[in-house]
Design a protein around this ligand. Structure first.
Ligand code: LMR
Length: 398
């Protein structure tokens, strides 16, 4: 049965981890996969996470099943983090949240749930979008279509074209949006654009599915949730996938959440039964460890404060690196305006290089990035930024 299988090419993002690890050049710079790194190149365990983990080990008295939705402390804590504790839809009891194995788990469960709700649904994704959105949504049986988003050249969003494309999307279809820190391009919708999009969704009746994988990495925990909160306030229904990989640094623990906003508590409850049923038919229930850590942090004022300050420090470092990279490229005499990098948010930006230039950076300089020239800004450090800027400038000039 397996003899006819040909091996697949490595994953375009995860494949870079192995490639960079094999490279013995001491000057190598890995800007591939989206993990936060500190100045020493380490992806640290946050102190608040370590402390919460200790408490969980001490307080856990059973390993009995937790059920498809996961622990209630996590569900309520993360719901309040995403929507804001005082949000009208929480007061009205219209949101249900489940713990999922990472943001990927949330997207996949959400996709299967949507397929049940709307058998022939098309999900519209931004051009470009995160490469893994396509299999996560498409393999659940949803049809995929693209709306215009990033404009190479102006390095901004083609908002008018996006709105024109989405003007033809109606009830029964879904529009996938990046809540903040767009992956891969770093160009986010402005608050005004979120409001215009909400009006269109309300008028046309399509369902927004928001992927909030980087809350706290762009402008701030509340600021990054502006789009989710505004849409929740003005629309009858919404689906939100979130990830705790980046903002809690819990990558390998696989912690995420899926929240459904219903028109009223009864409809939200009914939706939850379907989501739990999708979970049961997939992996039965999520692992509890990572969710327990997040639940502990969000419920404890002191731990939460520590976590928020650590997260702010990570965000500030990324934003400073953005400014510094622009300065260094300018200082090297790069024959291109890179100022857009300092205006974008989150871990990623496109450098605007060709595939051949990306290959040259890897082969000649041991600098690793995704083929689209997406760089993980958090992989830059004071120790490698000059080398990086020199190398990019050299490749541009060659
Ligand atoms: C990325 O885009 O690099 C991260 O979200 C990691 C992944 O799974 O692709």
């Amino acid at each position: 049965m397996f003899s006819s299988l040909n091996a697949l090419a490595p994953d375009p993002i995860l494949g870079l981890i192995a490639l960079a690890n094999q490279d013995s050049n001491p000057r190598k710079v890995d800007l591939g996969v989206g993990v936060y790194k500190d100045e020493s190149g380490l992806t640290p365990i946050m102190a608040a996470v370590k402390a919460a983990e200790q408490r969980c080990f001490q307080s856990e008295i059973s390993k009995a099943y937790i059920g498809p939705a996961g622990p209630v402390e996590f569900n309520s804590g993360i719901r309040e983090l995403i929507f804001g504790a005082q949000h009208a839809v929480l007061q009205a009891d219209r949101v249900r949240t489940v713990l999922t194995p990472g943001g990927c788990g949330a997207l996949r469960v959400g996709a299967e749930f949507l397929k049940r709700c709307s058998e022939n649904a098309t999900v519209w994704v931004s051009d470009p979008t995160w490469a893994n959105h396509l299999p996560l949504l498409g393999n659940a049986g949803l049809k995929l279509a693209e709306y215009p988003y990033y404009e190479a050249g102006s390095e901004g969003i083609k908002f008018d074209e996006m709105m024109s494309a989405l003007a033809n999307v109606g009830r029964g279809d879904i529009v996938l949006l990046h809540g903040c820190c767009h992956n891969p391009c770093g160009a986010d919708l402005s608050e005004e654009q979120w409001r215009a999009l909400t009006e269109l969704a309300d008028k046309n009746g399509f369902l927004p599915f928001i992927d909030l994988a980087y809350q706290g990495f762009g402008r701030g925990l509340d600021e990054d949730a502006y789009g989710v909160r505004y849409m929740a306030q003005h629309l009858p229904e919404l689906l939100v996938a979130s990830s705790c990989s980046k903002n809690f640094g819990l990558y390998r623990e696989r912690v995420g959440s899926l929240s459904v906003l219903g028109n009223n508590p009864t409809q939200a409850d009914a939706a939850l039964t379907h989501i739990n049923n999708v979970v049961r038919g997939n992996y039965s229930m999520p692992p509890s460890h990572g969710g327990a850590i997040v639940g502990e942090i969000l419920a404890d004022a002191a731990l939460r404060q520590d976590w928020e300050s650590e997260l702010s420090a990570m965000r500030d470092r990324i934003n400073q690196l953005r400014v510094l990279l622009v300065d260094k490229l300018h200082g090297q005499g790069a024959d291109r305006d890179f100022s857009f990098i300092a205006k974008q948010h989150g871990m990623f930006s496109f450098l605007g290089l060709s595939v051949a230039q990306v290959d040259q950076l890897r082969e000649q300089f041991s600098i690793y990035m995704v083929g689209s020239s997406r760089v993980n800004i958090a992989g830059i450090a004071q120790s490698n930024i000059d080398y990086l800027a020199q190398s990019i400038t050299a490749v541009l000039a060659s």
